[in-house]
Design a protein around this ligand. Structure first.
Ligand code: FRU
Length: 456
């Protein structure tokens, strides 16, 4: 039986992973921490695993950075380089400070710090933010607003996101909060993030990204975003501005957060590519859990409104190897042999189209745009699907834009597929477990494009 390990998507050497944590850049290295159970492929006592990369694609594994202790497990959070040593934790070099939830009898926030960015020690004054009587009170995202010297924090508190400010990362005061939007099903909010982006007209907006854990019947785990303004430590959403609310319309993109202090003003997001509805059942080993391809975020227009558009980081193009171009006619389909288990497809079309990935085990994964103007990923016949009743067979979403030429970019890596439609204005991610590797893709519809091998 296949064991699947992706080539270009991050996985732990072994054991369970969920959320990306502590995304921060320092001195040429992107740090990735992550929720981790090193001794099991099931969720359990949460550690922070740690890896670093120069290009966000090839990772060097480092020792576990945080372990459970008498104050609880190390739940999700963020990292900053404390420029100017405002915390007075460092001596000499500016310290790297991790801010995370201590999940003990209650959830409170704590700090750990390091001068080498490898070995971390807890701040003796923990917790830095006590629990005010809210059961779910977690996942601090600490950041700095350009031009300010204060630190700010977004924190998930059940049905709302709370905001705090601090001068030194150690003492925090509340500045505002925003409730879960009434347009999404009820669930617990998790993993918030707040950052600015410039729209195509040059105007700057603020984005609140957060995840919501819902009942399996409601879709399980999804990431949503709000567009609005953030000033004086309060986020105000403007629902009129945005054309959609879900960051990813597929089943497998959760806990997405962005890099702090990334170079060149890049806004790079990573997310966990799974869903709490079945995450502990997926048939992989000795690892379980994958990160999505790192994605660069931007604001784009769709039907006169704004959307948070995503594209795979530019660095991925350097992994392109040999390629095959194809051209199909509406009445005739075209089969192309796949160049391995890790590949990219770019496609342009004038009409609805379908890409069907097949192997000799009779599996088929279908991705495309149907006659009703809906994008879809259908994994119902794509191999192993029976391990959980909640392994949603098909994701669909109505196409948002009508004014753009049809274009798709698809990244496939062993057990994950990510489709970026219309310049990433709509994205769908899904895990997929074919019984044997897909060997060919059949295109239908009038389409032209390229199939590239991706080299891990
Ligand atoms: C999100 C989440 C976080 C929590 C962590 C625990 O997937 O539930 O809210 O900190 O996972 O592993």
């Amino acid at each position: 039986m296949a064991t699947y390990r992706p080539k270009l998507h991050f996985t732990a050497k072994k054991g369970w992973i969920n959320d990306p944590n502590g995304l921060v850049y320092r001195d040429g290295w992107y740090h990735l921490f992550y929720q981790h159970h090193p001794r099991s492929t099931l969720w359990g006592p949460m550690h922070w695993g740690h890896a670093i990369s120069r290009d966000l694609l090839r990772w060097r594994h480092l020792p576990v950075a945080l372990k459970p202790n008498d104050q609880g497990m190390a739940f999700s959070g963020s990292a900053v380089v404390d420029v100017g040593n405002t915390s007075h934790l460092g001596s000499g070099r500016d310290p790297m400070v991790l801010c995370y939830t201590q999940h003990g009898s209650v959830e409170q926030q704590g700090l750990s710090w390091s001068s080498d960015g490898i070995f971390f020690r807890p701040y003796p004054g923990n917790p830095i933010l006590e629990n005010p009587g809210i059961p779910d009170f977690r996942d601090p995202k600490v950041f700095r607003v350009e031009g300010e010297t204060l630190w700010r924090m977004a924190l998930a508190a059940g049905d709302r996101i709370c905001f705090y400010q601090s001068e030194n990362l150690r003492g925090w005061e509340k500045t505002g909060e925003i409730l879960r939007p009434g347009t999404v099903p009820s669930g617990v909010l998790e993993c918030p993030d707040v950052f600015p982006l410039t729209a195509p007209d040059g105007k700057m907006y603020w984005i609140l990204l957060c995840s919501i854990s819902m009942a399996p019947a409601q879709g399980g785990s999804r990431t949503l975003y709000l567009i609005g303004d953030f000033s004086e430590g309060q986020f105000v959403a403007d629902p009129q501005l945005q054309a959609s609310i879900w960051l990813d319309e597929g089943a497998d993109c959760y806990a997405g957060v962005t890099y702090n202090q990334a170079p060149g003003g890049r806004r790079i997001m990573m997310a966990w590519q799974s869903n709490w509805a079945y995450a502990d059942k997926t048939p992989t080993g000795p690892y379980r859990g994958t990160m999505c391809v790192p994605r660069e975020l931007r604001l784009a227009r769709a039907k006169g409104r704004l959307v948070l558009a995503q594209r795979p980081i530019e660095e991925l193009k350097r992994c392109r190897g040999p390629f095959i171009t194809f051209d199909t006619l509406p009445e005739r389909e075209r089969a192309v042999a796949l160049p391995g288990e890790c590949f990219e497809i770019t496609l342009n079309s004038d009409t609805p189209y379908a890409c069907r990935f097949e192997n000799d085990s009779g599996d088929c994964l279908a991705v495309g745009l149907d006659e009703d103007g809906q994008y879809y990923i259908d994994r119902s016949r794509a191999g192993q699907v029976a391990f959980s009743p909640h392994f949603y067979p098909r994701a669909v979403c109505k196409r948002l834009t009508e004014d753009e030429d049809l274009a798709m970019r698809l990244i496939f890596d062993t057990q994950t597929v990510e489709a970026f439609f219309d310049g990433g204005r709509q994205v769908m991610s899904a895990q997929v477990f074919p019984k044997t590797p897909f060997t060919r893709v059949r295109f239908t519809g009038a389409a032209q494009g390229t199939v590239y091998q991706l080299k891990g």
